[in-house]
Design a protein around this ligand. Structure first.
Ligand code: BJ8
Length: 429
């Protein structure tokens, strides 16, 4: 992690009501984990990663101070948990959207006793961060937007809503039906009314089109990074690519356009020069499954420390974030909302039924990224992804694509077993 002189953020955290003792423990552990996984274990990283390293090194500092400053100027901070909540609407209303995360079991103490033990690690962690006052992003949010995707999250919002200002968007379940589209459009319109009331701003065709252009541009830059990963040798590690996706959820979109764009320029040059992070013949792996919230770098580290490269992630912290695109057309808000609804309903999340598009996405990506094999990654107790993994494993095998299905959580308890299975999988590729 880049060590630079950081301002003293403690007064800001104290004003936000952060539990300083727990927070010190959390931030105390992160640099060492990062150093082991990112610095000591990697070589020949792109120079442009320096910026992302700086951001993660000050994870609760500069960005939070920007949010606080914006709030002093009258802006609102709107936090989200799911790709189905359109950032475009939030930014169009001159609010700031922040994707909240829960990628470590450090916060679980605060959600203990409120959730059954067989709840997925992401929900346990997220609720813990929300209730434990250890995350300044949660603390600075004026509104937290949940959604009705999986059952665990639905129930989590009820608990969180007793302590925070939570609004739930009712995302449909059978998204291929015309009435589901109508319902989602109505839900987006209800969200707009909610956000207009909170921000005091009005959605217009102009501000929505501008926000759509900005968020589309942000996705384009991430797509460029992923496109570079299709090359052999791969110019960036999976770990570094994952980090930029994770940061993209909470950093300023304009800065992301600039800095991810700079990284993409460097990667495109590396491709021209034949520069890679690992040798040309190394095994190329596609990961598919549940999202990996910061600082969940576990699987990437295990795989890449064995000499293989992760070349893409069919996850919400990967291709699902940027693949579905739109043309910004329409002269009314209603038309633009329809464009947004169609774009978001094109995301293939396992919470929907049926969800055949995900299988097609994986098969297409195996070809596009020239993957030698697929690892299906499921967070323990995530039923939608766990159930889909069984069918996907079969489908991939039928296509002659090597596949390994892994079920894990945020602890290191199963690392020995995972190492053995990953090693055996890589050897047989
Ligand atoms: S669009 S993947 S971000 S819902 S891992 S909490 S599904 S039990 S996160 Fe998701 Fe939106 Fe879908 Fe993406 Fe539930 Fe599974 Fe836990 Fe999950």
């Amino acid at each position: 992690m880049v060590e630079t002189e950081k301002p003293n953020w403690r007064p800001m955290w104290e004003i936000l009501g952060i539990d300083m003792e727990k927070h010190d423990m959390l931030l105390g552990a992160l640099p060492e984990i990062y150093k082991d996984i990112y610095i000591d274990a990697q070589k020949n990283r792109p120079e442009a990663m320096g910026f992302f390293e700086f951001v993660v090194g000050d994870i609760h500092g500069i960005r939070v101070s920007e949010l606080v400053k914006a709030q002093e100027e009258g802006k609102k901070v709107i936090a989200t948990f799911c790709l189905y909540i359109p950032d475009e609407i939030i930014f169009a209303l001159d609010a700031i959207g922040v994707g909240l995360c829960g990628g470590t079991n450090f916060s679980n103490y605060a959600s203990e006793g409120l959730l059954p033990a067989n709840t997925c690690a992401l929900i346990q962690s997220s609720l813990g961060f929300g209730l434990g006052n250890i995350c300044p992003y949660y603390a600075s949010a004026d509104l937290i937007i949940g959604e009705t995707t999986c059952d665990g999250k639905k129930k989590c919002w009820e608990i969180l809503g007793k302590h925070k200002n939570v609004y739930v968007v009712e995302t449909p379940q059978c998204k291929d039906r015309p009435q589901a589209r109508t319902h989602f459009i109505d839900e987006l319109k209800a969200l707009i009314l909610k956000l207009e009331a909170i921000t005091g701003n009005k959605l217009t065709v102009d501000n929505l089109k501008n926000a759509m252009k900005k968020i589309q541009n942000k996705r384009t830059q991430i797509r460029r990074v992923y496109d570079a990963r299709k090359n052999n040798p791969v110019p960036i590690s999976g770990k570094d690519a994952l980090l930029i996706s994770q940061i993209a959820f909470y950093d300023d979109p304009d800065r992301q356009i600039q800095m991810v764009g700079k990284l993409a320029d460097e990667l495109e040059q590396r491709v021209k020069d034949g520069v890679g992070v690992i040798s040309k013949g190394s095994k190329r792996i596609l990961i598919s499954g549940t999202p990996m919230a910061i600082p969940n770098w576990k699987l990437h580290h295990l795989v890449e420390s064995k000499g293989a490269a992760i070349v893409a992630e069919e996850t919400c912290t990967g291709t699902r974030y940027f693949e579905s695109d739109y043309e910004i057309k329409g002269d009314t808000i209603n038309e633009l909302i329809e464009v947004l609804a169609d774009r978001y309903m094109g995301i293939n999340c396992a919470c929907y039924t049926p969800n055949t598009g995900r299988r097609e996405d994986i098969l297409r990506q195996v070809n596009e990224y020239k993957a030698d094999g697929v690892i299906l990654y499921t967070l323990s107790f995530c039923q939608p992804y766990d159930i889909e993994a069984i069918g996907l494993e079969k489908a991939l095998k039928e296509e002659g694509i090597p596949v390994l299905s892994l079920n894990t959580d945020y602890t290191s308890d199963d690392e020995g077993q995972l190492n053995t299975r990953i090693e055996a999988f890589l050897e047989m590729l």
